[in-house]
Ligand binder design. Structure first.
Ligand code: FAD
Ligand code: NAP
Ligand code: SF4
Length: 677
């Protein structure tokens, strides 16, 4: 079956009257940090051009501010800035003249991160550092004029259109809800007054740029705020926006301050598209939907159901710039799927770092990290098929080297085979599928069930040996550590060791949290069932009370276990987890009754349980099982043996450094080394 038969909706062009989008895949807006980096615009030009070559129909850039008030990042308001943006538009149109690129206009309002931030009223957001200044009437007119000017500049810079973000807690959206708009003039009070700001912006932009320019408004189709917008208000706003002559309405879900996960890996795929679908039935303008749509079959299904006209895939385009091309060529099994971990993208954005991607470290580094064909073909042995070994083998073989990959266990993946068993982390299966396919495609010789020794490698006469043997779980030196109550996390996750009703988890890092999630879980994973997800997070997709969440208590089914997560540090438990996802894990476990205790000192384990000091207090926790999640140390026996026998070798991943190692660092290190071999 051809791709056009298999994905009839995805590959159908969309006629906007004055222009046509060649397919229904949009690369959604993402701030990358390149906007503010030296030579960032040249780097963005390469980054976007690669996605254009990869077959996407339309691209929306990261948010650009219309003025100084709107944010600390890049702005577009004058001819010098227009010239910078031309680098992007020219590169994209040169890569494929049929690909449209629109610029997102982002006025961050109260989230601008500086002391001169502005908003309809002086209401500080829970997640902002500063209280914004309430805009005067003249101030409001200035913001509108600056946004219109920004759109005109974008047109001059060669963009095919602009998107105005009217959601997420940024300026436009703060006019819409009573919580942040306390005005009593014509910009506040009734909903008619509150929506005046976005409607005026879109009306005046259309007037200024003329009819043949793509104009997109991004609406909060469900803002996830207690007392947020009602379904009727959203529909009223969408209808008024439609009348201003916009080309497309894009739907967004949530404000950044909302306490509901909307894009983390625990969110089911395409969970929110039904909300777009409901709105779409009431409007004529084409609509974009988004959130956790990471594979073409999911996208096609959303379009088939009539939930949207265009599918926005943002992070999936970081993970694999060629997603559309691979789909078109029937190579879906070669797609490097976004696992929605946020570790190298959003976590970086929110900590001021340049964005990249855990599964594709080239993302946003296209001008530095390239996998060019090698001039000489080397014979390389890679030992260990965890993420580090797999990434190294794939890149080195892709560059033309002769790679043999050895793995002691019966399957590839290393610790990802544990991660994939954690409820909410099922996307890790996709990464393993991807690497499995790449082993085949790149002609990598794979030996499973093969624990390699130094002598075997010496006999192989390899030009290069890569040791990616990973880690050993740390076993703390505590009296009673061999007591039958004690279990290691590997045995617990794989089900080799039974877990009692009363449990202490020693160590509250990423693995401690994952183990707590696994042993408190009951029934189907919320990430695989939208109904369960909605219940667990208190969302009513059907009736859509204000914000979709007002007055709804979360309902969580959890296993009948008393679990305590322990750590020695006195910092809050879970502080080291990902910036954008850590809070979801902390809330989810707290709702399952998991206790979290910091500042402990472990004394011993015996038949009575776990003896410990909590602060100055001696306690005996009467537990059936103590699960050890106390970090890891590098597994380097093989490496040490090789060096002792005179064979040079290179360490990568956990074998190189286990401290604070995650897959992001393991894959990144492996790709850089393999790019240089
Ligand atoms: P490993 O994955 O440990 O792989 C090493 C491989 O080498 C193993 O397959 C082993 O069998 C093999 N091997 C060892 N010795 C030999 C030998 N002599 N011969 C042949 N083969 C050998 N990281 C994240 O970034 N995000 C997450 O969400 C995340 N979740 C996790 C959840 C769990 C439950 C666990 C356990 C880990 C998680 N991690 C996560 C951590 C991540 O999986 C590791 O950082 C990563 O796997 C390290 O990769 P590696 O290739 O260095 O080592
Ligand atoms: P970790 O994050 O380093 O946590 C180790 C835990 O063990 C800490 O709570 C530490 O806290 C405790 N510990 C360390 N030494 C100890 C000792 N001698 N005795 C008792 N406790 C000790 O490591 P991890 O949880 O094993 O995770 C491994 C890596 O996988 C991490 O780097 C993590 O990034 C990654 N991972 C990521 C995710 C994710 O969702 N992003 C999920 C799982 C794993 P105290 O020293 O305070 O007790
Ligand atoms: Fe997706 Fe994770 Fe890559 Fe971000 S870092 S694009 S969430 S795989």
């Amino acid at each position: 079956m051809s791709a056009l038969q298999k994905y009839p909706h995805l590959f159908a062009p969309l006629d906007l009257g004055f222009t046509t989008i060649k397919n229904r895949v949009l690369m959604g807006s993402m701030h990358t940090g390149l906007e503010e980096t030296e030579n960032g615009f040249s780097r963005m030009a390469a980054y976007f051009a690669e996605r254009a070559r990869g077959g996407v129909g339309m691209i929306i850039t990261g948010g650009i501010s219309p003025n100084m008030e709107g944010g600390r990042g890049a702005k577009l308001s004058n001819s010098d800035e227009v010239a910078e943006h031309r680098l992007i538009t020219e590169a994209v149109h040169a890569a494929d003249p049929d690909v449209k690129i629109c610029m997102q206009i982002l006025h961050m309002g109260p989230l601008a991160g500086h002391e001169n931030s502005v908003a309809p009223s002086a209401v500080r957001s829970r997640i902002a550092r500063h209280t914004p200044h309430a805009l005067t009437e003249e101030g409001i007119e200035k913001q509108i004029a600056d946004i219109v000017n920004c759109a005109i500049c974008a047109k001059e810079a060669g963009y095919d259109g602009v998107e105005v973000i009217g959601s997420a807690g940024y300026l436009v959206s703060t006019f819409l809800v009573e919580k942040t708009n306390r005005r009593t003039d014509r910009w506040g009070g009734s909903f008619e007054n509150r929506m005046r700001f976005p409607v005026e912006i879109m009306r005046r932009i259309r007037e200024a740029v003329g009819p043949n320019f793509i104009l997109i408004f991004r609406i909060a189709a469900m803002d996830m705020l207690e007392g947020g917008m009602s379904r009727e208000e959203i529909l009223t706003l969408a209808r008024e926006i439609e009348k201003t002559g916009v080309s497309i309405i894009s739907t967004h879900f949530t404000w950044h301050e909302a306490a509901v996960p909307t894009i983390a890996t625990m969110v089911p795929r395409a969970a929110f598209t039904g909300v777009t679908g409901r709105l779409r039935k009431e409007l004529k303008v084409p609509m974009i939907t988004s959130n956790r749509i990471n594979m073409p079959d999911v996208a096609e299904e959303v379009l088939t159901k009539g939930h949207a006209d265009i599918i926005s895939m943002a992070r999936p385009m970081l993970a694999d710039p060629d997603l559309v091309l691979k789909t078109l060529e029937g190579r879906e099994d070669e797609i490097n799927t976004c696992i929605a971990c946020n570790q190298a993208c959003l976590d970086h954005t929110f900590t001021g770092m340049e964005v990249s991607c855990l599964v594709n470290p080239r993302a946003c580094h296209e001008t530095f990290l390239n996998y060019e064909p090698s001039e000489t073909r080397k014979k390389i042995a890679v030992v260990g098929a965890g993420p580090a070994g797999l990434a190294y083998a794939e890149v080195a073989a892709g560059r033309g080297h002769d790679v043999t990959l050895y793995e002691a266990s019966p399957e590839i993946g290393g610790q990802f085979n544990l991660a994939k068993r954690i409820p909410g982390k099922e996307e890790f299966y996709e990464t393993l599928r991807y690497f499995g396919k790449m082993i085949e495609k790149r002609n990598i010789t794979l030996h499973l069930n093969t624990r390699v020794s130094a002598d075997m490698l010496l006999k192989g006469e390899y030009d290069k040996v890569i040791v990616a043997t990973g880690i050993s779980p740390r076993v703390p030196e505590i009296e009673g550590i061999t007591h039958p109550k004690v279990a290691g996390y590997i045995d617990v996750i794989t089900g080799k060791k039974p877990v009692g009703r009363k449990v202490a988890i020693m160590g509250a890092g990423g693995i401690g949290f994952d183990v707590a999630e696994k042993i408190t879980h009951e029934g189907t994973s919320a990430s695989l069932d939208i109904g369960i997800f909605a219940k667990e997070w208190g969302i009513d997709f059907e009736h859509h009370p204000r914000g979709g969440v007002t007055g709804i208590e979360p309902e969580v089914a959890w296993a009948d276990r008393e679990v305590t997560l322990l750590q020695r540090k006195t910092t809050p438990v879970g502080r080291g987890l990902g910036r954008t996802t850590g809070w979801t894990h902390r809330i989810a476990l707290a709702r399952r009754g998991v206790r979290m205790v910091n500042g402990v000192e472990y004394l011993k384990i015996d038949d009575d349980g776990l003896h410990l000091m909590v602060g100055d207090e001696y306690q005996v926790m009467d537990v059936d099982t103590v699960i050890i999640c106390a970090g890891q140390t590098p597994l380097r026996d093989l490496y040490d043996d090789l060096i002792a026998k005179g064979q040079s070798a290179e360490l990568v991943g956990g074998a190189f450094e286990a401290m604070e190692l995650d897959a992001k660092r393991a894959i990144n290190q492996a790709c850089h080394l393999a790019a240089a071999v």
